[in-house]
Structure formats: structure tokens, C-alpha cells
Write a protein of this length. Structure first.
Length: 539
């Protein structure tokens, strides 16, 4: 059923139809089998020629000429329908380099909390496709923008710069799994491939491979860099997907929960390298926030390194493992090693734009390599054009470079899509402050009163004549990282450097980035500033 031809084609590709005899019981069983084979969603199971179809129709014996005539007419109409809808005929080749977007697979499962499984399947297909030579793959974070929304493939293609789209659905029922997938050429909305998989849940990894292989074959491409296919059991994989989802939420509490689940995954399957890489990321998040609930820097670094090293030992071709190692090296202030690890991670999987942003923030910005970071982030935007995180990090770079108007424009674009996106308000208020637009900045600063937000407002308050507010904040015991920002805004260099050195003992990675922020501009040129950079092994 469908409202138009496009709906019918989609329903056909997704296998959304009834058996003929369930709606027309009078149709002979042998005839029903012939027709159903002729319109099977899988081209490999259909008749390969009109002659083969005619032979099966002729084999259906009847003594009534009128019925034979009806069969002949049906044969002609069936062949005409197949040709008209483009099923089983040669499709036009993709023009130009293939650029593919994998849309979030629709979750049709009735089981509660199963959304993460469909998201994980989508993510894994993107990862599989990203290692194919000659294929550009749009990042998962841009694709997820269309989740739950009405899909217009031409609009999606225009927004993502893609000429191919993969879409489908997942239905999980106990230990059974039904996955419908299809590859569509955006121009003309031509279905190049479609298939339905009705398999045991344990076959999920094989299905992921089959979908990727079908796309490779259809586009006549070759697998390039390659990646290891894991054979962990589904229950373990299920836990891994849950943990990864928690890491993506960020925040200390989510990271703690993720670390516990990753540890369970590793206990069940010690050779599952992605879990070790995810565990390293979880420890990194647990130590970055300024609170008393996270791990100490030394303990977090020890656990990060151990997990990252093990991930690379298990799978040298795993992009996330090299990214975890890059982040570990940056925490150890082994900057050149960090750059090499991040570059290797991006080479192995260019579609993971979160690695681009992590590389920029953790390594390139502290080193002052702004041009290199900007090239990297612009390349990430090509792969991930709708990513709010990439655009926010580009704005952060523009703040550091003193290009405040550009930063404000980017941050307002992010804010228009998601006003609550992490850090966007702080970055916007900072850009407005340093661009001299205090009348716009102060209302933003006043929206939230918690000290973890307000200490960033110190320069705005001092500049606007509200110095007393900042002095009140310094009277409250708090982390030396925050004290460094407050004392610098007040022009108290002695206490600012004292706070910075104490903060370096606790969060050296945070201080390394802070030093390039405009909040620290007044300290530059002081010998103590150069000594601090030397302590952090910065050039």
C-alpha cells in the first residue's frame, strides 16, 4: 500500500506487503508463488528473464482457455510492472565520486530501551563503509540530525552533499532480528539495492558485513584500509553499545557508568578492542571536569594509557584506539606523539569527526597550531556538515584567534538549532565579551548563577565596572583553575600565577588549553608565563 509510486517502492523495498493469498484466498497457490517470486524485493530471488517467468506460468495446467488468457495477460502486466518500477533493470551509474550518507535506521522494536541498538547498527555500518576506497562517507553525527524526521532524500542529499543514501529499519523481537536495508541514488530517487534480513540476533555482525559488501559490489568499489571483524556474542555487544551511548552523553556521572559497563564487556570478551578504547575515553572524561567526583589526574592517566595501549595491541587498525592513544599522549604532554596518533586515527577512519575535534582541542590549540586546526575542522565540516560540535569547536578556535565576529556567527548558528547544546552559551558570551559587545554579553552571563559558569564572566564584570562581583567570587574557596581566571581578570598577576601552577598540578591538560585563551592575554610576556609553558612542554 502507498499514496504514490514512491511510497509503493519504499514499501516494496522494506518488505511491507501481505502474502497474496492472505488478501485474495481465491488465487491458486501455484499462481501466487509465481507472482510473489516475480516481485520479490531481492533481485537474486526473482526471475532472471521474461522467458523464465513465462515457463512457470505455462506449467500451471488448466483446461479453461479464458483462465490461460488471464495468466498470459498477468505475465505481460507483471513484466511491465517490474520494468516500470525499475526492479531488476540496470540502473544508471552514479555520477562523480560516490558520497554516501547512512540515515539512522528506524527502530521498529516493541522492546523498551532498544533505540540504542538501532543507533549502534547505523553507526557500525558507517564505520564499515568508511574504510572503502573511493567512497566518501558522511559522519554519523550529521546523519542523526534526520532521526525521527520526515525524510526527503533530495533535501538530505543537498544538506549533506551526498549523492547516495542508505536507510532501513530494525525490528528486534527476543532472539530474532529483522533488518531492512536499501541503497538509494538521490538523483531520481533510484533504488540501487535493497534486501530484508530475517535472522537470529546472533547474526547481527554478519548482516552488517553483508550490507556493506552489497554496497561495495553495487558501486564497484574495493575495500581499502580494512578493519577487524569481531565475533563477540550479542549480549556483550549489547553492553558495549550501552556504554558507548553513555560516553557520548559526556559528563562525569555518565562516564563513570560507562566505565563500569566497559569493564563488564572486557571481562566477558578480553579481546574486544573497541571496549578498551571506549574505557580509555571514559576515564578521560571522568578526569576532565572540575569537581570532586572525578578521578585524580594521575590515576585517570594511568588507566587511560593502559586501556589505549591494550586496544592498539588487540587491533592496530582500530581508529578509536589510536585516538585514545593520542589523547593519552596529549595528557602526558608528549605533543608530537599525540599528533602522530591522531593523524593515524583520522587516516584509518575519516568519518569519525569527534576525533577531529578532540585532536584540535587537546593538542593543536595548546600548541598554537591554529592554521592546522582550522584546516582540520573545515575538513571535518565537509564530512559532517550538520555537526554542532564541529562548528562549536571552530568557533572556539576563532575566539582564540581573536576573530570574534566569525565566532559569534558560528555560535548563533549552533544556538538556533539547539539552545542547550553543551558550552555554546559560555562560548557565545565570551566571544561577545572580548569583541566589546558587553550590552549583549552581560544578559547571557546573567542567565545562570552557578559558580562553575560565572567565573568565566569575570572579565565582562571587571570591564563593565562590576569588579566587586569578581572579588566576591574570589572570597569563596574553589578550584585553582577558576581562581586563575578570576585573579587574571582582576589584574592580580602574582595570585594568578600561583593559581595556575597549583592548577597545573591537578589538571595540566586544562591549563595547557587555558593559556591560549584571551582571558590569559594580560599574562603573556611575563617570564612566569614562559616558565609555565615550559613546564607543560609547550613550545
Amino acid at each position: 500500500q502507498g499514496k504514490n509510486l514512491l511510497d509503493l517502492r519504499r514499501a516494496h523495498g522494506d518488505g511491507e506487503r501481505h502474502d497474496i493469498r492472505s488478501v485474495r484466498p481465491a488465487v491458486a497457490a501455484r499462481l501466487a508463488r509465481v507472482v510473489e517470486r516475480a516481485i520479490d524485493p531481492d533481485p537474486r530471488r526473482r526471475y532472471q528473464s521474461a522467458e523464465a517467468l513465462g515457463a512457470d506460468l505455462a506449467a500451471i495446467h488448466t483446461t479453461r482457455p479464458v483462465v490461460l488468457g488471464a495468466y498470459a495477460i498477468l505475465a505481460v502486466l507483471t513484466v511491465a510492472l517490474i520494468v516500470w518500477l525499475g526492479w531488476g533493470v540496470r540502473t544508471p551509474p552514479v555520477v562523480g565520486r560516490p558520497v554516501i550518507a547512512v540515515l539512522p535506521f528506524k527502530n521498529l522494536s516493541a522492546e523498551p530501551g532498544s533505540e540504542y541498538f538501532a543507533d549502534g547498527l547505523t553507526d557500525e555500518i558507517i564505520r564499515n563503509l568508511a574504510v572503502i576506497d573511493g567512497l566518501d562517507v558522511r559522519s554519523q553525527t550529521s546523519s542523526v540530525f534526520f532521526k525521527g524526521k520526515e525524510r526527503n532524500l533530495r533535501d538530505i542529499g543537498d544538506q549533506l552533499g551526498a549523492n547516495l543514501v542508505v536507510e532501513g529499519s530494525v525490528q528486534r523481537d527476543g532472539r530474532q532480528l529483522r533488518i531492512n536495508g536499501r541503497l538509494v541514488q538521490v538523483a531520481g530517487d533510484v533504488v540501487l539495492w535493497s534486501e530484508r534480513f530475517d535472522r537470529p540476533l546472533e547474526d547481527v555482525f554478519a548482516i552488517q558485513d553483508e550490507i556493506s559488501r552489497a554496497i561495495v559490489n553495487k558501486l564497484r568499489l574495493t575495500v581499502g584500509r580494512g578493519q577487524r571483524r569481531y565475533q563477540t556474542d550479542v549480549a556483550t555487544y549489547d553492553l558495549y553499545l550501552r556504554a558507548r551511548q553513555l560516553v557520548e552523553r559526556r559528563g562525569t556521572k555518565s562516564a563513570q557508568q560507562a566505565a563500569q559497563i566497559f569493564e563488564q564487556v572486557i571481562a566477558k570478551d578480553p579481546a574486544f578492542a573497541p571496549a578498551h578504547a571506549g574505557l580509555s575515553d571514559a576515564y578521560a572524561l571522568m578526569s576532565i571536569e572540575i569537581n570532586e567526583n572525578g578521578l585524580s589526574f594521575e590515576e585517570a592517566l594511568s588507566r587511560m594509557r593502559r586501556a589505549a595501549v591494550r586496544a592498539i595491541e588487540l587491533d592496530p587498525l582500530l581508529s578509536e584506539a589510536h585516538a585514545a592513544m593520542g589523547l593519552t599522549y596529549s595528557r602526558e604532554r608528549q605533543w608530537e606523539h599525540a599528533r602522530k596518533s591522531f593523524r593515524r586515527a583520522i587516516e584509518l577512519n575519516p568519518s569519525l569527526t569527534q576525533i577531529h575535534t578532540r585532536y584540535s582541542t587537546s593538542t593543536l590549540l595548546p600548541l598554537g597550531r591554529l592554521d592546522e586546526a582550522e584546516t582540520l575542522l573545515n575538513r571535518a565540516l565537509e564530512t559532517d556538515p550538520l555537526s554542532l560540535a564541529v562548528r562549536r569547536e571552530l568557533a572556539n578556535l576563532q575566539i582564540i584567534a581573536g576573530r570574534y565576529d566569525e565566532a559569534i556567527a558560528n555560535l548563533k548558528r549552533v544556538h538556533a538549532v539547539d539552545p542547550g547544546f553543551t558550552y555554546v552559551d559560555i562560548f557565545l558570551a565570551r566571544a561577545l565579551t572580548f569583541s566589546g559587545r558587553l550590552a549583549e554579553a552581560l544578559p547571557v552571563w546573567e542567565t545562570r548563577k552557578e559558580i562553575g559558569w560565572q567565573f568565566w564572566a569575570a572579565h565582562a564584570y571587571v570591564t563593565s565596572g562590576q569588579r566587586a562581583k569578581v572579588e566576591e567570587m574570589t572570597a569563596v574557596p574553589q578550584h585553582p583553575f577558576r581562581q586563575a581566571v578570576l585573579f587574571t581578570a582582576l589584574g592580580d598577576k602574582d595570585r594568578a600565577f600561583d593559581a595556575l601552577n597549583r592548577a597545573t598540578d591537578l589538571l595540566p591538560h586544562r591549563v595547557a588549553l587555558l593559556l591560549v585563551y584571551p582571558e590569559m592575554a594580560s599574562l603573556r610576556g611575563d617570564p612566569r608565563f614562559d616558565a609555565l609553558r615550559k613546564r607543560l612542554n609547550l613550545p
